[in-house]
Design a protein around this ligand. Structure first.
Ligand SMILES: C[S@@+](CC[C@H](N)C(=O)[O-])C[C@H]1O[C@@H](n2cnc3c(N)ncnc32)[C@H](O)[C@@H]1O
Length: 341
């Protein structure tokens, strides 16, 4: 019995940041984009990436051992290529690129998570607003590059979920959709592309509107998807048959979560649906590790924002007198929690 207990899980998790930072650095340095042509030797790849001799082969071979690169041959004759996954999802030239979230993780979350203990002791955010006391979005959006990086990161995380929602949810009885806090407009775009009868709005703060317009134009759906600016704490939400909120409620404390759910209720007709797309935690809070870690990430980013279970959502929605709720699994750890008025 004693022999079956070993420390490998502890060590794997404890030193997990080594592997994580290796991948984040590879994305940040554009390694997978450099490999989008023919296979390259360590020398060729290292030169293109302007890496010092000391670390380059260790770096590439670590990625091979992690299953994030492929290598033909050994030693000096070895040639590196992307794996099918890194070729599709981590090459910046591909529309399926999801590296935005990893770039943001490298630049922002990795250093901020270094102060997790302080966050746990104080309950205070540990990011850009730690010293300034500004509001999170105000601080984030004051720098245009950071704004673009954040919006790009959001798109990477949620793309698969928005496509899954557009496929799985029955939109046939609904004609209008408003995505509240819609960022680049991707949810509205995916819903409109999949359901030609839908007219959609992506609603967000004014600095985000030009990015949403650009994205809507790129997808060729400007005739049915519009970007509308507003502040969801100040303005009424645009009326629509379906109100969606992707990773919005987890940003806020309980009082503001309930306020946003109530505002959605007021903007919906009878039979209308509020759909929130988040990493909904399992009701017993044992299984959805990513959802639980996301909630700690909300501590780092916003202090009192937190993720929640389907049972929590049901309670808050019923308080706002929604009729019924359900949870629809989307991709990986994410689900749609749905409330019908
Ligand atoms: C975590 S992001 C989620 C973006 C997107 N819905 C998704 O699922 O990827 C939160 C979004 O809420 C928007 N937001 C924050 N405060 C807002 C406010 N007061 N009014 C309108 N939008 C707001 C932000 O600009 C940002 O796009």
């Amino acid at each position: 019995m004693q022999n079956q207990i070993n420390p490998s899980q502890i060590m794997q998790i404890g030193m997990g940041f080594w592997a994580s930072k290796t991948l984040l650095s590879a994305v940040k340095l554009g390694l997978f984009t450099h490999l989008n042509g023919s296979p390259l030797s360590a020398q060729e790849l290292g030169d293109r990436m302007e890496l010092h001799q000391r670390g380059r082969v260790d770096f590439f071979d670590t990625l091979v051992s992690l299953g994030l690169l492929e290598r033909e041959g050994n030693g000096e004759n070895a040639r590196y290529t992307n794996t099918p996954q890194t070729a599709l999802f981590l090459d910046k030239e591909k529309p399926q690129y999801i590296g935005g979230i990893l770039e943001m993780a490298n630049d922002r979350l990795y250093p901020f998570w270094g102060d997790l203990e302080e966050g746990l002791k104080t309950g205070q955010p540990q990011n850009e607003i730690k010293q300034s006391g500004e509001s999170f979005f105000e601080a984030l959006y004051a720098d245009p590059d950071r704004l673009r990086q954040f919006i790009g990161a959001m798109s990477g995380v949620q793309m698969g979920n928005f496509i899954a929602l557009a496929e799985q949810f029955d939109f046939s009885q609904y004609h209008t959709l408003c995505d509240v806090g819609g960022a680049s407009g991707l949810l509205a775009i995916q819903a409109a592309k999949r359901h030609p009868h839908l007219r959609c709005i992506s609603f967000d703060l004014p600095p985000v509107e030009p990015i949403a317009r650009e994205t809507i134009g790129k997808f060729g759906v400007s005739d049915r998807v519009s970007a509308v600016s507003g502040d969801f704490f100040v303005d009424k939400l645009p009326k629509a048959d379906v109100i969606t909120m992707g990773n919005i409620l987890h940003d806020w404390n309980l009082e503001n979560k309930k306020l946003l759910i109530k505002k959605a209720y007021d903007a919906l007709p009878g039979g209308g649906a509020l759909i929130v797309i988040e990493n909904i935690i399992d009701d017993e809070r044992r299984e959805n590790t990513f959802g639980l870690l996301m909630s700690l990430n909300m501590l780092i980013e916003l202090g009192d924002g937190f993720d929640y279970t389907g049972a929590d959502f049901d309670r808050w929605a019923k308080e706002a007198v929604f009729r019924e709720t359900s949870v629809m699994p989307l991709t990986g750890p994410a689900s749609a929690a749905i409330a019908i008025k």
